[in-house]
Design a protein around this ligand. Sequence first.
Ligand code: PLP
Length: 394
Amino acid sequence: MGIDFILDELDDLQNRSLLREHKIIEGAQGPYVHINGKSYLSFCSNNYLGLANHPKIKQASIDAIHQYGWGAGASRLVSGTMTLHQELEKKIAEFKGTEAALLFPTGYMANLGALCALVSRGDMVIGDKLNHASIIDGCRLSGATFRIYPHKDVSQLESLLQRSSGYRRKLVITDSVFSMDGDTAPIPEIVNIARKYDAMLMVDDAHATGVFGKQGKGLIEHYGLEGKIDVVMGSFSKALGSVGGFIAGSKPLIDFLKNKARPFIYTTALPPAVCAASLAGLALIQEDASLIDSLWRNIASLKTRLLQFMRTISVESPIVPLIAGSAEDAVKVSSKLYENGILIPAIRPPTVPPGTSRLRISLMATHSENDINRLIETLQHVGFLTHERTTLRM
Ligand SMILES: Cc1ncc(COP(=O)(O)O)c(C=O)c1O
């Protein structure tokens, strides 16, 4: 026995086309990346604005290393909180229109930390079926009764809340932009329903931050709902090209999380230079509207090109899923694209439901029109995009 089960499980994953392996990127992230010395056109990064390799951000982190060194040396509550953590938290709160904010080392930890602090046994947490894995893990780990409503189905959300009166606290949680489908949550309706049933509302704005709203403030700002969401979660790891998660909200919420959120308390603070990079990213998107404009131009351009193959299509964000169906089919298309110099790994279960394995295209502001044309032509060349296709989903 021992650890033999590991080999069996790996074989099983391999046989079902579900084994995951990573490619090694040699050099910086951008529309083109190098793998094994060869250049590939990448359509699979969350680096939507191309900030991961922006000269101003690199310089800001280098300057911070000179001033603060690299490591933070301790957890935040011991002695790891440095000037740049404080400055970044202040800027996040301003940016998201809240009283206060709290940094976490990653967005995953922000979701886990907030959920587990806010609800536990005797409480109810309700989430969209397609919420991100970090939310699902947080809901499960919290110990609260966890209910799921069908994707974006607000009437089902309401009927779950109607049956929630016996619970001590209730919390509703949704992604704003769904990470594997790129569609957006009906946040205004969810706000009304949560309020009607006196439930807390938490929104994960990770993929909308830097993409939606005035100066990239996110989907909550886009809907004019600043100040109406109890718990706003975000990440610097997507459009802002950095790393680190955050929760923004009222001052009491942030004071509470500082005391109760274990993934905040029991881990080393982010290196200060990471905070400097995130601060520079926030400054950039607020100063230079052309970055977000270019991204949306590329989104419109891809949509137009796809409409030449499909009658209807809904493209709401830089994330555009092309559904292949089985894991095996998705892997085959992805490999053919790779042979043709395009990098889009297959997204398969458990990340997406069985039968919906896909190519998740994600656009960047720094893709050119030619890059988008090449993507379409290559999808045609490998036989994935044909004029018989009527929808993004199969
Ligand atoms: C919707 C959503 N929330 C949270 C996260 C986690 O963020 P991070 O990558 O900063 O841990 C991700 C990213 O994977 C995500 O897509």
